[in-house]
Write a new protein. Structure first.
Lengths: 211, 339
């Protein structure tokens, strides 16, 4: 008489807790491993971005010297990724650090330094029709980096050959449950564009025309 | 004359009980879902922790206090709440069991939101994908299923498969509306998601119907007492119903089957209409959510899902007619013979 009762109670308990045991087991064997794989894939896909054009914004006198201000765009590409259920997300980017040096004929002509606490990203609480465009918008994120010359004797308008930009950047990337510190450095040729008072001409072209 | 007067009074009492007390108690135990709905429709601006405290914990405490303070009129006492509370454990378990094979076969997860809920409940920072958040979210899920089941047992005077299906159909429609509209990750869910929602709620209905029977077998047969034991067939928490009160509930199995099929058809009709509205209101998804990324197959080129509601209505009307035709109000004693 007691045995069927005990068996019944045991079966009932198994019915109650069975689905939740399944959830924990699947979380350990499917959810978390899938998330880890997706996160790793997203980290590997990230690329740095540094603009090929540096804008000469202004040249102003500071005491007896001249100081030039430049700007360039820098950031990261391909933040978008699909999470464990195929839902689109963007990687969180924190502590973005960018440093660069512009070199012309062996001389340093400007320095750039930029720190961004966090790049914008959707919160995940937006309605779907708002969320989707935000994900696309934040796939590639760049910031405008301001650079300054510390060599007042060089006239930026006289540069005739390509300028080399030595740069490095680093940031902390956060996925669904993993984070990774990524850093890059490179050297590349850039075009200097004089954008003072609406002038969109390349400095090199202008200098060549002057010659 | 006397009989009809008595019956009239009985109906009046039932209505009074239902609106005044049973309906009120059912609302109190619906509140776990209310908290979650507040969290959703505010797009998570109201944390689930606050919503659960104010919109669930306090109402449920009030319900237990009222049950102790106001016994008699509604027939709801702390003891009946306890009995219903034990019965209510089964329905949501079967609901989750029904979703297990859908995960294994089609890869549709059913615990993805539990992480969000857990994070909102605990206020944890950083990644939401932790076992702590999963556990907290799971508790919230259990509370919702348990609350819904308790609401059902409080609402009905007698547990039947038909009224369990009607209640579960209400839950299905509620689910179909709330998730795609307010819960971000289920925007434009694939057909399998809609099917799973329906199927799991049918399992929920089966749980609602089976629980009193199982507990009656496990416990009640050993030492039955009309004073303290769980309810048996034909009894309510007010005590045994008189024959004239119960005769309406004695259905043939044919009537039940036809009635259940009619309810399912009308639920499907609502589903098609809601689905058409949801799909029509959302921009096309460019992302393969749940790995499918396609509208459900009920949307065929040139044929809106609204049109699919028409055959559902026809089927519903046919089964309603069949249910009505097979329905005969017979004395309880005669019913057993007919069966």
């Amino acid at each position: 008489m007691l045995l069927p009762l005990v068996a019944g109670v045991v079966i009932l308990i198994l019915i109650y807790i069975g689905p939740f045991i399944f959830v924990y087991a699947r979380t350990a064997t499917w959810t978390f491993p899938t998330i880890d794989v997706r996160d790793a894939g997203a980290f590997d896909k990230i690329e740095p971005s540094v603009s090929q054009v540096v804008n000469l914004e202004k040249v102003e006198s500071v005491g007896e010297a001249q100081e030039a201000t430049y700007s360039l765009e820098s950031g990261v590409l391909h933040r978008k990724f699909l999470d464990w259920i195929g839902f689109p997300l963007v990687l969180e980017v924190n502590d973005f650090n960018f440093k660069a040096t512009g070199i012309y004929q062996g001389n340093i002509i400007f320095h750039c330094r930029h720190f961004e606490t966090a790049f914008p990203k959707p919160t995940g609480s937006e309605p779907w029709y708002i969320y989707q465009p935000l994900v696309d918008r934040d796939d590639n994120s760049t910031v405008n980096v301001s650079c300054h010359s510390d060599v007042g004797s060089i006239n930026p308008a006289s540069f005739t050959s390509p300028i080399t930009l030595d740069w490095s950047m680093s940031a902390n990337f956060v996925g669904d449950r993993n984070e990774r510190e990524l850093s890059w450095s490179d050297s590349q040729s850039i075009e200097l564009r004089d954008v003072r008072s609406g002038n969109q001409e390349s400095v090199e072209e202008a200098a060549a025309e002057g010659l | 004359m006397k009989l009809s007067s008595t019956y009239g009074d009985s109906v009046k009492d039932q209505v009074t009980q239902w609106i005044g007390f049973r309906g009120l108690y059912a609302l109190f135990f619906f509140t776990p879902q209310l908290a979650l709905t507040i969290h959703w429709i505010t797009y998570t601006a109201v944390p689930l922790s606050a919503a659960t405290f104010y919109a669930t914990l306090i109402p449920i405490l009030v319900a237990f206090m009222l049950a102790a303070l106001l016994p008699g009129k509604s027939g709801i006492t702390p003891k009946t709440l306890g009995i219903f509370g034990v019965w209510a454990l089964l329905a949501y378990s079967l609901y989750d069991w029904a979703r297990v094979p859908m995960n294994l076969i089609f890869g549709v997860p059913f615990w993805d939101h539990w992480f969000d809920w857990g994070a909102s409940l605990t206020g944890s920072t950083g990644t939401i994908f932790t076992y702590q958040n999963l556990t907290a979210g799971m508790m919230q899920h259990i509370l919702q299923g348990w609350g819904f089941s308790l609401s059902y047992y409080l609402l009905v005077r007698r547990v039947t498969f038909f009224n369990a299906i009607v209640f579960a159909s209400f839950m299905t429609v509620f689910y179909w509306v709330v998730f795609p509209v307010w819960v971000l990750t289920d925007a434009l869910p694939p057909f399998i998601w809609w099917f799973q929602a329906w199927m799991a709620h049918v399992a929920f209905a089966a749980g609602l119907w089976l629980a009193p029977k199982i507990f009656a077998k496990l416990y009640y047969r050993r030492a039955r007492s009309t004073e303290t034991g769980p309810l048996k067939e034909g009894e309510t928490s007010n005590g045994p119903l008189k024959e004239e009160e119960t005769s309406n509930y004695q259905r043939r199995w044919k009537t039940t089957i036809f009635g259940v099929l009619a309810v399912q058809a009308f639920t499907l009709m609502i589903g098609f209409i809601i689905f058409g509205a949801v799909v029509g209101s959302q921009p096309p998804s460019t992302y393969p959510v749940f790995g499918y990324g396609k509208p459900p197959p009920v949307v065929i080129d040139g044929v809106s899902s609204y049109y699919w509601a028409i055959p559902a209505v026809v089927i519903g009307v046919v089964f309603t007619y069949l249910a009505q035709r097979s329905r005969q109000v017979v004395p309880v004693s005669g019913l057993k013979e007919q069966r």
